[in-house]
Design a protein around this ligand. Sequence first.
Ligand code: SF4
Length: 213
Amino acid sequence: MLTVNEIFYSIQGEATRAGEPCVFVRLTACDLRCSWCDTEYAFYEGRKRSVADVVAEVVQHQCRLVEITGGEPLIQEDVYPLMSELLDRGYTVMLETGGHRSIARVPDAVVKIVDVKCPGSGEAGKNHWENLSALGPRDEVKFVIKDRADYDYARDVIVRHGLAGRAAAILLSPVHGVLEPRLLSEWILQDHLPVRLQLQVHKFIWPAAMRGV
Ligand code: SF4
């Protein structure tokens, strides 16, 4: 069984699939408390559902791109049969994870979007660094940037771990409403950093706090 916060069909707002229609499966619970978290409602709210029930609802949305997110989706053991079932049915499956839990058991075919938590999140001490060695060519790394200190931290991690060229994309995303995208863009350009600026598209389409989009 899975504890599911919500399932909805919307526009993918993040990563290199931004702008594409996507079905989101948001699982309940997270063992981090990032200072800028925008899905705190997923910490506790949810109801028990079988993997088959979740897959049946995904099928109803008639969309071949599915993202499993949270909360932290890797907390629940049944996320593994859910990923396998969706892959077996030919879906493109994305997984958004906080980066503090091992991705070693996630199937290679799943597109993993793996966070590296920066100091501004308050959770940088929890990064599971082995994940960076486990990244495949279709996977992406994401840094959420709150301020200049976070940017400097991200830049150092990118260089120290040789991330350029080892993942499909390195995403730098300013905390919405906190760090001006223009400022982050200027820092990236000044350093010739081999990254992709990420703005959360859904927050420009719908109200930033709106759920189910
Ligand atoms: S890992 Fe994600 S869901 Fe968990 S607290 Fe951080 S931002 Fe929120």
